[in-house]
Design a protein around this ligand. Structure first.
Ligand code: GLP
Length: 245
């Protein structure tokens, strides 16, 4: 049976505590959980809450394996603006996990790198729980609006909208500093996760959330394709939900 749940939260902080609680419950049920993780501002309170749980002795991730959704092309360990660095700063430097993987965006042969990532995920039995944010244009991971549904891990050219969003969030508005390409898990791959949680907060996500939940199911709004999944939960604050009926 299909399970699509929408949980509405007061604000961003509540999204953090509700989502972290759901993740912790899954880890308790299955200490060997394979967890898919996003970057961005939205998941920061989730990661803070998980760190708090760990500090209080209420969370053990020592057998949990993580796979990040994406990485900027040519970035990785040692680059201050890589997703690798972001995740270490916000989560992995604080909580020990069994293993944490990222697409290798520094490999000369990008096709091989993408394929290696897909194989690695398969070898771990696939993703049990995938956490997602959403772009203001409805993108998930770095799957931008398109006429086709992307398949597995692949190289992506970012849209102007995403470059400009990221410039404002992380590069003081300087679009010239934002990487133009990234390696991202594909949509079909994301949809293979056993369960999915998408989190969104703020007015700037209201249109994307409206299109995702009440618009057509189409790769033009990548997040809307989540409505085809068997077990998906949307955790959104009042501002992100403001255009919903
Ligand atoms: C980037 C990431 C996505 C993320 C999105 C929204 O494009 N690749 O995974 O969901 O930004 O980020 P934020 O949470 O900062 O709004």
């Amino acid at each position: 049976m299909k399970n699509l749940t929408v949980i509405s939260c007061k604000d961003h902080a509540e999204i953090g505590s509700v989502t972290a609680k759901l993740i912790a419950e899954q880890i308790k049920k299955n200490p060997n959980l394979v967890l898919g993780l996003p970057t961005g501002k939205t998941p920061i309170p989730v990661y803070q809450e998980l760190c708090k749980m760990y500090d209080d002795g209420n969370l053990d991730c020592s057998q949990v394996t993580t796979f990040n959704l994406d990485e900027y092309l040519h970035r990785g360990k040692g680059d201050p603006d890589s997703y690798y660095t972001f995740m270490h700063k916000n989560l992995f430097d604080h909580i020990p996990f069994k293993e944490s993987y990222f697409p290798n965006a520094k490999l000369y042969n990008i096709g091989r790198s993408c394929n290696n990532y897909d194989v690695l995920i398969e070898e771990h039995g696939g993703i049990d729980l995938q956490i997602l944010g959403v772009g203001s244009n409805g993108h998930i991971a770095f799957n931008e609006p398109s006429n086709d549904i992307s398949d597995m891990t692949h190289l992506v050219a970012l849209t102007f909208q995403t470059i400009s969003d990221n410039a404002n969030k992380f590069y003081n508005g300087d679009i010239n500093k934002v990487p133009r390409y990234a390696i991202s898990m594909g949509i079909r791959q994301i949809l293979k996760a056993k369960s999915i949680i998408l989190i969104a907060n703020g007015e700037e996500k209201a249109k994307a959330i409206y299109d995702t939940l009440e618009g057509a199911v189409t790769p033009r709004v990548p997040a809307s394709l989540l409505r085809t999944h068997q077990d998906v939960t949307f955790i959104i604050d009042e501002k992100a939900a403001s255009l919903l009926d």
